[in-house]
Design a protein. Structure first.
Ligand code: PTT
Ligand code: SF4
Length: 601
């Protein structure tokens, strides 16, 4: 579905069947659409950027945690490819409408809600919704379009082009960390509503349903399932503290004295509700009351980056900041890394011109600052709305900014985890853990090594995890309770009639990675391995607390690890896929463009 917001026109387009085979769907499809149809060097916040909402062949079907939607665009935060994964009924409704991707081009002059019903589109004025928070927006739209309509929206952060604004659904689901919500805001697109009227057409529906039922039963029977249902991702706080990877004080430390006040057991004692994405039998949205008595849905990343990393040891306070981020429609992780940068930068004297004097743990100051960021209402708020990576380019203090390619790092300290540092550094969207959460393997297997096997493990995880972005289903059934990966090729076969082995799927993942890398090279106008370096702090400033005090990364050894990674991927020593690799992956079509920017090996 192609929706031109400037002209308020729409059309349905059949894309080449070959693309479905080459990329499977979701992320891969989005990357190809951006490569083909986004003008080179597009302004991420200009009408020429494309906002893509895509499902994959398993999204929205009955089955293991399938209620996910991929949102992608050129990122205003990083200037490269950006995407995110949102749990939402929209995935189900898009399948019922027979739509694989909605591509939004142009920009509306007035705030608008795009409503897709079946295969028809209408453009509804959204002046009454503009300025409202995400919860109120969705509540109003649900009254109009029904409880189970597929709805995603932005809040004031997206409207005000905060560089880490996200797209929100169902109050606590958020996607698009690299500022995909700001892209939506730049198009004056307040919300999207989808209602499908038929049923996804499956190759062998009976076998699909039986395979899906087997997977669901297997999930519930896994030994880790009962504890997962108690704590979800929040169990990670205690583990991260034990292994010295819990970010504290802007990633200066990997342990936090007050971790018990924000851990999974404290969450359990406060839990009042459990919810999550549609089509999921391992609901992990744990809801507590925040310090003002309002509901807030917690996850590990949110709590570590808005808690220990800001020096806050009370879960109700963390829940409060988390809830603000959901309502304003901004990424909790970048809010955390930006506020923690602001504290350290102010203590180091970089923010004198901005009147900032910040202390760790000052919830009141962080609350005010969050509001100033969302509204860009003060000099400091406007600065921090650019995220730590953008703010430090104006104010100084980039050595304190914990980001890769502009995106703030997720909640794992890597002073003593070179493999995880590599995975942040080579993630296709910037420092997100989603593509390779190698850290749990790493702390069990020679965590201080920089050997080739570590680069290989990062790639193995990037392949598997990358495929979940293309199936566009949740990866947690596999990651967290150990659902067998064997279900997925079968589910794909019964859904589409196409037989893939996991080796075939690895090739799809490699192709998608190489295409995304090509997109980065094209949009940056060249490439250097400096883009694949983790934050400098992990090399320069050792940990001072905990059992690993004194640990830091080794620069030369990290470079060797990166060399192994490039070699195993078939990329040159600057991190650009070689001609042979591009040819092997069926990506010859990117070669003429890449030759304009780099010397291909
Ligand atoms: C994801 C990132 C994560 S990853 C978290 S907590 W995590 C943060 N959650 C936020 C939030 O909440 N509110 C908010 N305003 N901003 C937030 N930013 C952060 O966003 C999420 C789950 C989680 S919880 C994880 S690990 C898994 N992520 C998946 C993924 O990336 N791909 C995939 N195929 N399956 C996944 N399953 C899990 O989904 P981004 P969600 Mg998310 C309150 O958005 O941009 O991908 O960043 O999607 O529906 O909220 O589910 O300990
Ligand atoms: Fe959503 Fe959690 Fe279920 Fe994954 S496990 S689909 S994140 S509720």
């Amino acid at each position: 579905m192609w929706v031109d917001l400037s002209r308020q026109e729409w059309k349905t387009v059949k894309y080449p069947a070959e693309w479905a085979l080459m990329y499977v769907g979701g992320r891969g499809l989005a990357a190809r659409l951006l490569w083909e149809y986004m003008p080179v060097g597009a302004d991420p916040l200009g009408p020429e950027n494309l906002l893509i909402m895509a499902v994959g062949p398993l999204s929205g079907l009955p089955g293991p945690s399938t209620g996910k939607l991929q949102v992608a665009a050129k990122s205003p935060l990083t200037g490269g490819y950006g995407d995110g994964n949102v749990g939402t009924y929209m995935s189900i409704e898009m399948r019922k409408a027979g739509i694989d991707a909605i591509v939004f081009s142009g920009a509306s002059r007035q705030p608008v809600t795009v409503v897709v019903e079946g295969n028809r589109v209408s453009f509804e004025p959204a002046d009454d919704l503009w300025g409202l928070d995400t919860w109120t927006t969705e509540e109003r739209l649900r009254k109009r379009y029904g409880r189970f309509a597929g709805i995603v929206e932005i809040g004031p952060a997206g409207e005000n082009l905060v560089k880490f604004a996200t797209i929100i659904s169902q109050e606590g689901r958020s996607g698009g960390r690299p500022g995909i919500g700001a892209v939506m805001g730049s198009k004056k697109l307040k919300a999207v509503v989808v209602r499908g009227s038929s049923k996804a057409d499956l190759y062998d529906e009976r076998s699909y349903n039986s395979q899906a039922a087997k997977a669901l039963v297997e999930i519930k029977g896994r030994p880790g399932y009962p504890f997962w249902m108690r704590q979800g991702t929040m169990a990670t706080i205690d583990w991260a503290q034990e292994t010295s990877v819990l970010p504290a004080y802007n990633f200066n430390e990997g342990v936090f004295d007050e971790f018990k006040g924000i851990d999974g057991f404290t969450m359990e004692s406060m839990k009042i509700e459990q919810r999550g994405c549609p089509n999921c039998n391992m609901q992990c949205g744990n809801v507590v009351l925040d310090s003002t008595g309002v509901k807030s849905e917690l996850d590990y990343e949110n709590v570590a980056l808005l808690g220990s990393n800001l020096g806050i040891g009370k879960l109700a306070d963390v829940a409060f900041l988390n809830r603000l981020a959901d309502q304003f429609g901004m990424d909790t992780e970048s809010l955390g890394t930006t506020l923690s940068w602001a504290v350290e930068a102010s203590q180091e004297g970089f923010l004198k011109g901005y009147g900032a004097s910040l202390e760790w743990g000052d919830v009141k100051a962080f609350t005010e600052l969050t509001k100033e960021i969302v509204n860009r209402s003060t000099l400091l708020g406007d600065l921090l709305a650019e995220a730590s990576s953008g703010a430090c380019r104006r104010a100084g203090g980039c050595e304190l900014s914990m980001d890769v390619k502009g995106l703030g790092v997720s909640a794992y300290d890597c002073h003593a985890a070179p493999g995880m540092a590599l995975s942040f550094a080579t993630s296709p969207i910037g420092a997100h853990h989603k593509d390779a959460w190698v850290i749990s393997w790493e702390v069990q297997h020679d965590r201080f090594s920089y050997g080739r096997e570590k680069a290989a493990k990062v790639i193995e995880l990037q392949r598997i995890r990358g495929m979940f972005e293309s199936f566009t289903t949740c990866r947690l059934p596999w990651v967290e309770v150990g659902l067998s990966l064997d279900h997925y090729p079968l589910l794909l076969y019964y859904a589409t009639g196409v037989k893939y082995t996991w080796d075939d799927l690895y090739a799809v993942a490699d192709r998608t990675y190489a295409l995304i890398r090509a997109l980065w090279v094209r949009e940056k106008g060249g490439w250097s391995r400096d883009y694949d370096m983790p934050p400098v702090k992990w090399f320069k400033k050792p940990l001072t607390k905990g059992p690993l005090a004194g640990a830091k990364l080794d620069y030369d050894k990290y470079n060797q690890l990166l060399d192994h990674y490039y070699e195993l991927r078939g990329w040159d020593r600057n991190g650009v896929p070689t001609r042979d690799t591009l040819h092997r992956l069926g990506l010859d079509f990117v070669i003429p463009t890449l030759e304009k920017y780099v010397k291909l090996s």
